[in-house]
Design a protein around this ligand. Structure first.
Ligand code: CTP
Ligand code: CA
Length: 226
């Protein structure tokens, strides 16, 4: 495809990407998080910008530079991300939820550092809001919503269930047990799941996967237009 075509494909479209991990505080010095590097979401944001989109990137704490010409909203916790998403999703045309959102947070954030005591420590967790499910419930007519699914088993089955349950148009399923896929790598091995189709892609760079995802989203937008 020509560069010109790539530059124009998302011209005038507003794209929201969430990326990175969330951090859930335990006390003033500790938190629970996951291995998300943010690379996938940042590469999607970069690809969308290069395709002419107006891009907003809501990101958990990562060690990456913000892509140029992208509206950055840094957040820490899942609740912070939820607030930022609710403030920004309404006029978005495309929403891509690449973030690895913590499913639970400690019920209590201790005001002071938790002191070492017995041989075991119990912490009670409470569920975080499911941001993607919220977006699915409040989806606008013109919106295309793309989620991710991280799985170590029953990849297709579990991802398909997430697609239906969360009312997404598309899910990118990552098998964390495949070589060259996952959190810290520059490449990914993904399966693109839509309501009626499943396509497993070859290993490719996260940037190229970002472009491929955005092309699939353009197809869905064309189908919606009829
Ligand atoms: N997600 C979200 N809010 C949460 C949890 C997940 O928006 N509280 C989104 C993720 O950003 C991702 C999708 O939901 O796009 C699937 O995340 P995943 O962790 O694979 O699935 P869960 O629904 O959380 O189920 P589980 O972790 O039990 O597999
Ligand atoms: Ca989860």
């Amino acid at each position: 495809e020509s560069l010109l075509q790539e530059e124009n494909l998302l011209k005038g479209k507003k794209v929201l990407v969430t990326a990175g991990p969330t951090q859930e505080a335990l006390d003033p010095v500790r938190f629970i998080t996951n291995h998300s590097s943010g690379k996938m979401g940042y590469e999607i944001a970069r690809a969308a910008r290069n395709m002419g989109a107006d891009v907003t990137l809501i990101s958990g704490p990562v060690a990456l530079d913000a892509p140029a010409d992208v509206h950055m909203i840094p957040i820490i916790s899942a609740n912070d991300m939820f607030t930022a998403v609710k403030e920004n999703y309404k006029d978005m045309d495309i929403i891509i939820k690449a973030a690895a959102v913590g499913d639970y947070r400690p019920q209590i954030i201790a005001e002071n550092k938790i002191k070492k005591q017995g041989d075991t420590l119990e912490i009670k967790f409470v569920k975080n809001p499911d941001i993607l499910a919220y977006l699915g419930e409040h989806k606008k007519e013109h919106q295309v919503i793309c989620g991710f699914a991280m799985e170590t088993q029953n990849l297709i089955e579990n991802a398909k269930e997430k697609l239906m349950k969360k009312n997404c148009d598309m899910i990118i399923a990552n098998n964390l047990k495949v070589e060259g896929a996952g959190f810290q790598t520059d490449t990914n091995v993904a399966t693109i799941i839509k309501k009626d189709t499943i396509e497993t892609l070859d290993k490719m760079s996260k940037y190229d996967l970002g472009k491929t995802i955005l092309h699939h989203i353009c197809d869905i937008m064309d189908e919606k237009k009829g």
